[in-house]
Design a protein around this ligand. Structure first.
Ligand SMILES: [Zn+2]
Length: 278
């Protein structure tokens, strides 16, 4: 969901209708080919997840959190490495995709490694089931943390605003796709994950086993996980047995919106609060 807010572009209505069309498509696909049955649905979980989505969308509408805005500003003023060097478009486009996806990877790893950041990010991980609604589940403080980081990277590197607008739109689709409870046919999944994150790849990141959670940080590309040795994959049959969430202790209140809203300000901050270790 955060990537949906760290966006911009000149066609907000196209994004709006496109978002809902793709959401409906993935929801139908979840019913058709679920990756796992997930057990009993905890009361209030989906409503709470959607509640986080509504709050974040309201913040995103009120505050310019898009990476496209700082990129346009930097381009107009000739600020940032690639703007300063007047890099040709093709090279700038490739560099923009690589740097932007690397920024997501770095921020996500920091969110797991730094206790204060983990206090906030763990709200996303405490969901005991994984489906489309999990994509909406981010504490509003997370947006306040990641948006300035991405803006600084964007301006410092002089990322191309046109390429960023496309990347962020693709990021919206991947926020939904990564969390969808959707079993992509294994041969297609194997082919896709050579380059792209699939539900089977990202769901490992939501496992309650610490070794699994500390892997597959990518949102769109599997590239940086492969480069930095954090890429992990499992057969879909094994994924069906995977337990999601943070473990017994953290599962209490996991489906309560108010409990999760207060969660960053209470309890253990350290990632070691996982109840079940690898
Ligand atoms: Zn994470």
């Amino acid at each position: 969901m955060l990537s949906a807010l760290i966006r911009g572009g000149s066609a907000p209505w196209l994004l709006f209708f496109g978002f809902w069309a793709i959401l409906c498509l993935f929801a139908a696909a979840e019913l058709w080919r679920p990756l796992h049955d997930g057990g009993e649905e905890p009361g209030g979980r989906i409503a709470g997840n959607v509640g986080f989505g509504v709050i974040n969308a309201a913040i995103g509408a009120a505050v310019p959190v898009s990476t496209v805005v700082p990129a346009q500003w930097a381009a107009a003023h000739g600020i940032g490495l690639m703007n300063h060097l007047a890099v040709p478009f093709l090279a700038a486009a490739v560099a923009t995709v690589l740097v932007r996806s690397l920024a997501t990877y770095v921020m996500h790893r920091l969110s797991h490694a730094v206790p204060l950041l983990w206090r906030v990010h763990r709200v996303h991980h405490s969901d005991t089931r994984i489906d489309l609604s999990t994509g909406f589940r981010n504490h509003p403080l997370e947006l306040a943390i990641v948006a300035p980081f991405y803006a600084v990277v964007t301006v410092a590197c002089g990322l191309d605003p046109r390429v960023l607008a496309v990347y962020e739109a693709v990021g919206i689709v991947f926020t939904l796709w990564d969390h969808a409870n959707l079993a992509v046919p294994e041969p297609a999944d194997r082919l896709l994950r050579r380059l792209l994150v699939t539900p089977a790849v990202h769901h490992i990141h939501h496992s309650s086993r610490r070794a699994d959670t500390d892997s597959n940080y990518g949102e769109v590309l599997t590239l940086w996980d492969r480069v930095f040795g954090t890429y992990r994959e499992k057969p879909q049959a094994e994924l069906r047995e995977t337990r999601f969430g943070l473990g017994d202790a953290a599962d209490v209140g996991a489906s309560s919106f108010l409990h999760q809203l207060r969660a960053p300000f209470a309890g253990e901050a350290a990632p070691s609060s996982f109840a079940s270790e690898a």
